[in-house]
Write a new protein. Sequence first.
Length: 232
Amino acid sequence: MNRIGIIGAMEVEVETLKEHMKDVKLVKKASMEFCCGKLNGKEAVVVRSGIGKVNAAVCTQILADDFQVEAVINTGVAGSLKAEINIGDIVVSTDALHHDMDAREFGYRRGQIPQMDVFSFEADARLRRTAAEACRRVNPEIQVFEGRVVSGDQFVAAKSVKEDISAEFAGCCTEMEGAAIAQAAWLNGIPFVILRAISDKADDSASMDYPTFEREAAQHCVRLVEEMLKSL
C-alpha cells in the first residue's frame, strides 16, 4: 500500500490531516481539491468529497483513475445505531451497504443493489485490524467497535427511522457516504475501510448533538488515521 487515498465528506474531517502533510501538491478535479503529499512518511492523497453518496463515489473513482491509490480510508462522523456505541466512540467497518436501496418489487433484499452479486461490501481485513489497533493506542479514553456501516442520502434524526434501519440491517452506525466509497472501491478492486466517530445517536436528539460533538468526534478519527499510516 504505497499510496493511500483518504476521503472525508466535510472539511472538519480532513483539515487537520491536510495541515500535517508535507511536500503538498494540489490537484483540482470535479470541484474537489486533492492534496497529494506525505503524511507520517506515507504517500497520501487527502480530499474533501462533499456530502452524499454521488460525491463520494465520484471522488473514489478519481482516486482510482488519476492517482492510482492502493487503498482507500474514509474518515468522518456518523450516528450510532446501537445503545452501547456512545458519542465519541469509533466504528471500524466490517462491511457497508446502502440502507436506502430498495428493489424488493423485483425480488431483491432491501439494501441489495440489483444485478450485483454481493449484498454488502466487505472492508479489507488488514486495514480493519490496523485501524482497531491504532485506535486503542491513540484514543484510549473511548471505545472502538467493528461492525457494519449503513449509508443513505439522509441525515437520520428520528427514533422511528433509526429503529427501522437498525432492525433491518443490524448496522453499528449510519451516515451518508461510506457505502458509496465501499462500492466504488470494490468495483475497482481497491482495499478500503470506513472509520466513523460517533457524533450523535441518530434519534430525536441528533439535531442538537451533532453540531455540539461533530468536531470533537472528527478529531478522534484524525488521530486514528495518522497512527494507522505508520503501520501501512
